[in-house]
Ligand binder design. Sequence first.
Ligand SMILES: [Zn+2]
Ligand SMILES: [Zn+2]
Length: 246
Amino acid sequence: MGYALYCIDPLPTTGYENFEMWQLRNKLPEWIPTTLIYLWYWYGQSLVKMSCAFLIIDSWQFHLHRIMHLNKALYRRFHSRHHQLYVPYAYGALFNDPVEGFLLDTLGTGIASLTTGMTPIECTILYTFSTMKTVDDHCGYSLPFDLFQLLFPNNSIYHDIHHQHFGVKFNFSQPFFTFWDTWFGTTYHGVDEYKQKQKKITLQKYRQFLQERKNKRRNAAIAKKMPEPVSSSSDEEEVVNEKKTN
Ligand SMILES: [Zn+2]
Ligand SMILES: [Zn+2]
């Protein structure tokens, strides 16, 4: 994503960046190639900051999210609105009480970007990436080419379970990793069974859809082939002709 942004709007290298890279070059041993220092300066440190920010966001969200479930008053007042979604869908990702939205999402990501000392571009990437990840977790699909689902252990199936009646007391971790659930013993252990069950339902529904479409098309073809009924206007013409001959 950073590279795509760079292609669209490449940053001009000013004397400041050149000076910093030159300083790094002088500080580090000679056997480290200059290209590596260049890559570290422009991309490496951003990746490290981003990874730390992911950990901070996850920690912040897990604890607040868990407290919202443990405290009945907090759950009823703030978090229950998000749990009105039993079948999550993309637009419902940020269907939250505004206070909860501010505390969990805005403040959590803000703290992560401030503590890691992110630049405005890094902040833009972090906020966009986190929002896209949250939307993906609520999309209701587990597609094989979805990079979010491949890169992170926390995905749409994992979070979908948390939205169900049977899983509401599990899988509090969001949106990137699952280690907090492992440490607190709140991981739902029937993930694979749930995945298989959902796959079965999806295939059943798809077969049903195909059968219904086939039936509709067949009925339409039969209706086309049937002879047209004799129209009333020709009947009237025949009656008029008969009258004339009489
Ligand atoms: Zn919840
Ligand atoms: Zn959710």
